[in-house]
Design a protein around this ligand. Sequence first.
Ligand code: SF4
Length: 225
Amino acid sequence: MLDAQISFRKTSLVDYPGKIASVIFFSGCNLRCPWCQNRELVLTPQSAAGRISLEHALEQIEKRRNVLGGVVLSGGEPTLYRDLPALIRRIKAQGKLGLPGLSVKLDTNGTFPAVLEELLAAPDTRPDYIAMDLKIAPSRYAVLLPQSPGAGSLEAALQKSAALIRASGIPHEFRSLNLPNGFFGPADREALAPLAGDSPWNFRPFRPGNCLDPAWDEYEETAVD
Ligand code: SF4
């Protein structure tokens, strides 16, 4: 029995490249990106309105195994969930009615390389696709922490996660937002380039609305160059 209260999207055509997927959103995050649009997930407890039990979501997925291609584990930050290996094992295993296991995509901020290392170590917990965010230059991550003692260990963690993902042999991508007001500049891009290496690195525009820091809602939507 896997116990967590999560938010759930039954069907998505855009969260898992090339697959129809369900999306499980975990509560809680160790970062506080001011532009984050998952305010409810990041700040409110697991019991908040709109959450359902993880077991209930898994039942829904079980019923729809014949139409789904995969399940996306997102957040918040899914690597904070202590039973993540057991959850992935369960999704990838054959279903109760003999239907084949589903592929798993993991969305992560990359700050917990030990969890990634554990998942990658066994075939039944290896995600089938990983998307890791590259937010700003690793040396600047201190500004994304709830309290700001410094980002030294985060810098090493991000480098390790990116290296693990690049070497994993698993389809993956790195993702960045083109942040407004010069928050993501050429120096950030330069500092993050070694983490992405030769892997796909996709940029998306920033769009204001429901930002964790309401001041960010005043910024204009950005373009992607
Ligand atoms: S954008 Fe992602 S990493 Fe940043 S606070 Fe929101 S959920 Fe956490």
